[in-house]
Design a protein around this ligand. Structure first.
Ligand code: SAH
Length: 214
C-alpha cells in the first residue's frame, strides 16, 4: 500500500494534472502521507483525494497541496526563508513546506490536531517548524514578516492581518470564499503598502473559523 510504486503513481498523476515544479514533485514522492492519517485510512494515503482527519477537518488532496506549494514557490522571487501556514491540520502540508523553505511557522485552532501533527514532524526529524495554538486569521505577528503565507482554510475575504504580515515582495496563497471559493494569490508590491491580487482556480476548503480556538 505504501510501496514506492504507489507513491510513484501519485506523483505521475500530479504531473499529468499539470504540476511541473520538480522540487515539489520530489518532496511529495519523499513524504510519507500515510503517517498523517489514522490507521483505518492509511491504505488510501496515495490516492489523489482529500481524507478526513477528525474534528470535521480534512487532509487536503495531494494535487491541491502540490499546486499551492508550486504557486507559492513560483511567485516568490528566490528561496523562501520564513513561511507562515494557517491551518496545520494533520501536518502534511507543513512537512512538505518544511522541506522546501528555511523556516515554517504553523498555526492551528484545534489543539489535539496540533499535538498529533507536532509528534509526526518530530518523528520525521523535521526541526525547522514552530507551532502555535491560536486563531490563524490573525497570522503570527511576533514571528513575521513572512516571505510567504499559505492558508489551508478559507476565509470569506483575504484577512488584512495576513497581508500586513507579508515581507517586501512577499506572497500569500489562500482559498477565498464560502460556497464558491477561488484560490487567490496576493503579492506585496516591493516594500509598499500596495498588494496585487490574482484569482486562480476554483477550490473547496474547510472554512477559516475566526474568533475561537478549542
Ligand atoms: N494543511 C492541512 C489541512 C487541514 S484542513 C493538512 O495538510 O492536513 C484546515 C485546517 O485549518 C483545519 O485543521 C482547521 O482546524 C484549521 N483552521 C480553520 N480555521 C482556523 C483558524 N482560524 N486558525 C487556525 N487554524 C484554523
Amino acid at each position: 500500500m505504501t510501496s514506492q510504486r504507489t507513491r510513484e503513481r501519485l506523483v505521475q498523476r500530479l504531473a499529468d494534472k499539470g504540476v511541473t515544479n520538480l522540487q515539489v514533485l520530489d518532496t511529495i514522492r519523499n513524504t510519507p502521507r500515510h503517517w498523517f492519517l489514522d490507521e483505518a485510512l492509511a491504505h488510501r494515503a496515495y490516492e489523489d483525494t482529500a481524507l478526513p482527519i477528525g474534528y470535521g477537518q480534512t487532509l487536503s488532496q495531494p494535487y491541491i497541496v502540490a499546486r499551492m506549494t508550486e504557486i507559492l514557490l513560483g511567485a516568490a522571487g528566490g528561496r523562501l526563508h520564513r513561511v507562515l501556514e494557517v491551518g496545520t491540520g494533520s501536518g502534511y502540508q507543513t512537512s512538505v513546506l518544511s522541506q522546501l523553505v528555511d523556516e515554517v511557522y504553523s498555526v492551528e485552532r484545534i489543539k489535539p490536531l496540533q499535538d498529533k501533527a507536532r509528534e509526526r514532524l518530530r518523528t520525521l526529524g523535521l526541526r525547522n517548524v514552530q507551532m502555535r495554538h491560536a486563531d490563524g486569521g490573525f497570522g503570527w505577528p511576533e514571528a513575521g514578516p513572512f516571505d510567504g503565507i499559505l492558508s489551508t482554510a478559507a476565509p470569506r475575504f483575504v484577512p488584512e492581518e495576513l497581508q500586513q504580515q507579508l515581507a517586501p515582495d512577499g506572497v500569500l496563497v489562500i482559498p477565498v470564499g464560502s460556497q464558491e471559493q477561488s484560490l487567490t494569490l496576493v503579492i506585496r508590491d516591493g516594500d509598499s503598502d500596495k498588494f496585487i491580487t490574482q484569482t486562480l482556480e476554483p477550490v473547496k476548503f474547510v472554512p477559516l473559523l475566526s474568533g475561537t480556538t478549542r
